[in-house]
Design a protein around this ligand. Sequence first.
Ligand code: HAM
Length: 404
Amino acid sequence: MTIKALRGMKDILPPQSDKFLYFIENATKIAERYGFRYIETPLLEETALFKRSVGESSDIVGKEMYQFIDKGGNDVCLRPEGTAGIVRSFIEHKLDRMQQTYRFFYYGPMFRYERPQKGRLREFHQFGCETFGEGSVYEDANMILLIKDILDFFKIKYSLKINSLGCPNCMPLYRKKLVDYLEGLENRLCVDCIRRTDTNPIRVLDCKIENCQKELKEAPKLLDNLCEECKNDFEKLKQLLKKNSVSFEVDPNLVRGLDYYTKTAFEFVSAEIGAQSAVAGGGRFDRLVEFLGGKPTPAIGFAIGMERILDLIEMPETKREGIYLGALSENAIDTIFTLAHKKREKEKVFMEYRKKSLKAHLKAADKANAKYAAIIGEEEIKNGTIWVKDLENKKEKVIDLEQF
Ligand code: HAM
């Protein structure tokens, strides 16, 4: 039996991999314009990191972790997301003590043992950004504008949903109100919601089961229970988005599937990719640095799910590029081999290790999308020349090898 990739894990081959690089290259450029710098953290971390940050009550930690004991007896886990590792790194390198703003971007594979379906993989890739040390709501708007710039660049249509999840001043009071309401429903909710009433009641709000949503109609609303600061920030965010031509919808049930969020939470959704429609998600996590042992540091970030948008990306038309080198005789192969190496100092070079007819070489050069075909046969060797054809304007000429 041949060995195949694991369920929910995909190879990315050309031309899809060209799109993958095209995305990274351009998303990176846009993030850099906003002052973000690259950060790389390990794929494998201590399991406790995700339990404490993403949260024990989340599906990610509860059901979806690639967790194992390594040969040294450590309880470790393939990262299900990028934020936790970056916060760990931020604290470990004592950046929390610097009283500065740090902006990081990252990309790479994430692992969640989910039930695979279209748009939902067990290994998938995220491109994400995190800002540390900036509590101003302008940064919330800035993050959203950055995602908008990236999606606009790739001509991806989306709708944006925003919500505020409150802060330690208002959230506990709201949580209590909600729990009182949920307990009053006396088991009319689904089993997951009943469990969540104890573990993480606000997750009940985004239950997808119709009956639960019906029972929740009269539930106290998060947005009606925000403290002054959260309310003002949320109003300011809406104002900034409107002023900067970002359309959005307030979704009071948007709670996100990770437990570390406070205040602003958002999701970008596409109508063109099926049921798994979230292309990007994020929000503030002002408590997380402190919660993981660092100095209190406000933070906000997002991640884009790359597989979800790759199919929507159209590559720009490729221009002819580089030189195709061909030999008409055995003797000429060594010459073009050496020439190819020299030419590669500056440009893309295609070459065949076999002699071919001129016609066959021109066909191969065309297929490679080269700008020039440069061919050497016995006569050219004798004269120290090379025959060159510009495949765009179809002009041909013979030039000295030295000059070439
Ligand atoms: P998330 O919403 O769990 O947030 O994931 C972000 C994006 O990753 C989703 O919107 C989706 O596009 C993609 N994604 C998630 N799971 C899968 C999957 N199984 N298969 C394919 N794509 C998937 C986070 O991960 C947070 N760390 C984002 C963040 C950064 N918040 C603050 N900073």
